[in-house]
Design a binder for this molecule. Structure first.
Ligand code: FMN
Length: 522
C-alpha cells in the first residue's frame, strides 16, 4: 500500500463505507438511551449529542446541494478546514459560483513591497463598463464559420478524467452563459452533447472519437462529428503544461462501455495515446494537417494547443505557415503551471515553459512573422479571477481558459485524488455512486455564475484602466516589482517585436533561432 493512500476498509463498497460512521453513531445513540434508562440519567447528555449527530448525518445523506456531504456524511463538514496550500482563489471561486459577490472588507493582506508583486495600471479617466461581456472573433482568412469566443472558457478536460455528471454540468453551464467548453482529448461524449453548450472538440495523439482500429486518424468519422452543430471549433492537442511530451494509457478497467463509445475504442481494453502524433512529423506536415482538419470540419475554426518548449521549433512552425500560406485560427498556450488528472511529478515540476514566457514567445513569434492578425491566442494556466484574465490579455493573449477553477465551481475540494477514482465530490471519478452525488442542475448553475462574475470582474478592471476594448490592453499596463525600490512594466521587462521584423531584419536576440528554424524538421 503506498504510504499516503487513503484508508479504506477492505472489501466494503463505497455505499456501505459512507454509511459506517452514521450507523456507528446511531448505534451509540441507542446504547446511550438504554444506559440512561437502566443505569444513570447522566447518559441523557451523551444520548442527546449522539442523536443530534445522527439527525445531521440523515440530513447530509438526504440533501442534494453538496455532493461531499452525501458522499461523506458528517466528515464532509470539515472541508473548510484550512490546508497548507490553501490560497484564497478557491474561496473566491466558491463565492462567485454560489452567487455571492466576492468582496473583501478592510483592504488587501498581500505584501505589496515584496519582489514579484504585480499590479495593473488604473486610469485617471476610467470608462463605463460595457453592458455585454466582450467576445473575441476567432477565424482567420481560411475559416468560413468564425466563432465569437468569451474571455473565459472551460479548458480541456476529458470524459474519463471527469465524471459524466461533471461533463454534463460544465456543458450546461456553458450553454447558460454562452461560453465555450473544450471536450479534452477523450472524445466527444453524449454528456458533452446533451448539455447543449458550445463545444471545442479536441483530438490528441490517440485520436479518440475519430480513431482507426490501429490507432490512426479516421477522417470520415472526424468530418461527421465535426459537422455537429454543437461543435464550434476543432483543436489538435500537441502538449499540455503539466505533462508535455508524454502520452497516456487509460487502463482497461476504466474503459467502461460509455468511455469506449466516446473514445471509439474496444470496451475493457487499455487505450494508449502515444507521446507523438502519427499524422505529422515535421512543422510543414503539422500545418498541412491543420488545414485538412479545417477542411474536414467544414471551415470551422481550427487550432492547436501546446506547452511551449523550444522557441526555434515554434518559429519553424511559423515558417511552415508562411511557406504553405496556411495558418491556424487559434493557438492555445498552456503554461507549465497547468493542471492534470494524473501526471508524473517530475513532469509537472520540471518540464515546459511557464505561461508568461510561453505566451510572450508565441505572441512575439506571430507578430514578428506578420501572422498575428490571423491567429487568436488563448492562454491557460492558473487563470481563475478577473485580474488573471486581464493580466494574460496584457501579456498578449486574446482570451483565456480555466480547468481547475471550473472544477472548484463544480464543487472540487482539492482532495487531490483525481487519479484514484475516489474523488469525494463526484467530479473526477467514474464510481457511479460518487458520480450520482453530483447534482447537475445545481452545479451547472454554479459554473455559469462563476464564469459570469469573473468575466464581469475582468470587464470592471478594464473599465477602471480606461480600456473599452480588450484589444487595447498592452504590456505597458502591467507592472511588476523587481526589487524593493524598482517597479517595471512588462513592456520594459520583456522584448516585444515589431510586426514583420523577423522577415525583414531579425533582432540579434532572435537571429540564431530564426535562422536555425526549419519548416521541414523539428
Ligand atoms: C482533470 C484534468 C484533466 C485534463 N485533461 C486535459 C485534456 O484532456 N486535454 C488537454 O489539452 N488538457 C487537459 N487538462 C489541462 C487543462 O485543460 C489546462 O490546460 C490546465 O489544467 C491549465 O489550466 P488550469 O490552471 O486552469 O487548470 C486537464 C486538466 C485537468 C485538471
Amino acid at each position: 500500500m503506498p504510504a499516503f493512500a487513503p484508508f479504506r476498509p477492505m472489501g466494503l463498497t463505497h455505499g456501505v463505507h459512507r454509511m459506517l460512521l452514521p450507523l456507528f453513531i446511531a448505534l451509540g445513540a441507542t446504547g446511550a438511551v438504554v444506559l440512561a434508562w437502566a443505569v444513570s440519567p447522566w447518559w441523557w447528555w451523551a444520548a442527546a449529542v449522539l442523536l443530534a449527530l445522527t439527525a445531521l448525518a440523515v440530513r447530509d445523506l438526504a440533501q442534494r446541494r453538496h455532493a461531499v456531504l452525501r458522499n461523506r456524511p458528517l466528515l464532509g463538514h470539515l472541508r473548510f478546514l484550512p490546508r497548507p496550500d490553501d490560497g484564497d482563489v478557491r474561496g473566491i471561486v466558491y463565492e462567485r459560483a454560489g452567487g455571492v459577490e466576492a468582496e473583501e472588507p478592510f483592504g488587501t493582506g498581500l505584501d505589496l513591497y515584496g519582489n514579484g508583486y504585480e499590479y495593473l495600471e488604473p486610469s485617471m479617466c476610467p470608462v463605463e463598463m460595457p453592458d455585454e461581456p466582450p467576445v473575441v472573433r476567432v477565424g482567420g482568412p481560411d475559416c468560413t464559420q468564425p466563432y465569437d469566443m468569451a474571455l473565459l472558457n472551460v479548458s480541456a478536460m476529458s470524459f474519463g478524467a471527469l465524471s459524466s455528471h461533471a461533463i454534463l454540468a460544465l456543458s450546461r453551464g456553458a450553454a447558460l452563459g454562452g461560453f465555450a467548453h473544450d471536450t479534452g482529448e477523450g472524445g466527444l461524449s453524449d454528456h458533452h452533447l446533451r448539455g447543449g453548450g458550445d463545444l471545442i472538440w479536441e483530438i490528441g495523439s490517440g485520436y479518440f472519437g475519430c480513431r482507426t482500429p490501429e490507432g490512426g486518424f479516421e477522417a470520415r468519422e472526424f468530418a461527421d462529428k465535426a459537422a455537429l452543430p454543437e461543435v464550434k471549433c476543432v483543436s489538435l492537442k500537441l502538449s499540455q503544461g503539466a505533462q508535455p511530451g508524454i502520452g497516456g494509457v487509460l487502463p482497461g478497467a476504466k474503459v467502461s462501455a460509455e468511455i469506449a463509445r466516446a473514445r471509439g475504442a474496444p470496451k475493457g481494453e487499455a487505450v494508449v495515446s502515444p507521446p507523438y502524433h502519427r499524422v505529422f512529423s515535421t512543422p510543414r506536415e503539422l500545418v498541412c494537417f491543420l488545414a485538412r482538419m479545417r477542411e474536414l470540419a467544414g471551415g470551422k475554426p481550427t487550432g492547436f494547443k501546446l506547452c511551449v518548449g523550444s522557441r526555434r521549433q515554434f518559429l519553424a512552425v511559423c515558417k511552415a505557415m508562411l511557406a504553405e500560406g496556411v495558418s491556424p485560427d487559434f493557438i492555445v498556450v498552456d503554461g507549465a503551471e497547468g493542471g492534470t488528472g494524473a501526471a508524473p511529478p517530475e513532469f509537472a515540476a520540471s518540464l515546459g515553459t511557464p505561461l508568461t514566457e510561453g505566451l510572450i514567445t508565441v505572441h512575439n513569434a506571430l507578430v514578428g512573422t506578420g501572422l498575428r492578425d490571423r491567429v487568436r491566442i488563448g492562454a491557460s494556466g492558473r487563470v481563475a479571477t478577473g485580474s488573471d484574465i486581464v493580466k494574460r490579455l496584457a501579456q498578449g493573449a486574446d482570451y483565456t481558459n480555466a480547468a481547475r477553477a471550473m472544477m472548484f465551481a463544480l464543487g472540487c475540494l482539492q482532495a487531490r485524488r483525481c487519479h484514484t477514482n475516489t474523488c469525494p465530490v463526484g467530479v473526477a471519478t467514474q464510481d457511479p455512486r460518487r458520480v450520482r452525488a453530483l447534482d447537475v442542475a445545481d452545479k451547472s448553475a454554479r459554473v455559469h455564475r462563476y464564469q459570469r462574475a469573473t468575466v464581469r470582474s475582468a470587464s470592471r478592471i478594464m473599465a477602471a484602466m480606461g480600456v473599452r476594448d480588450p484589444a487595447e490592453l498592452g504590456p505597458h499596463q502591467l507592472l511588476r516589482r523587481t526589487d524593493p525600490a524598482t517597479v517595471r512594466s512588462y513592456a520594459q521587462l520583456y522584448e516585444w517585436l515589431e510586426p514583420g521584423v523577423l522577415l525583414a531584419e531579425p533582432p540579434a536576440s532572435w537571429e540564431a533561432d530564426w535562422k536555425a528554424a526549419d519548416p521541414d524538421a523539428f
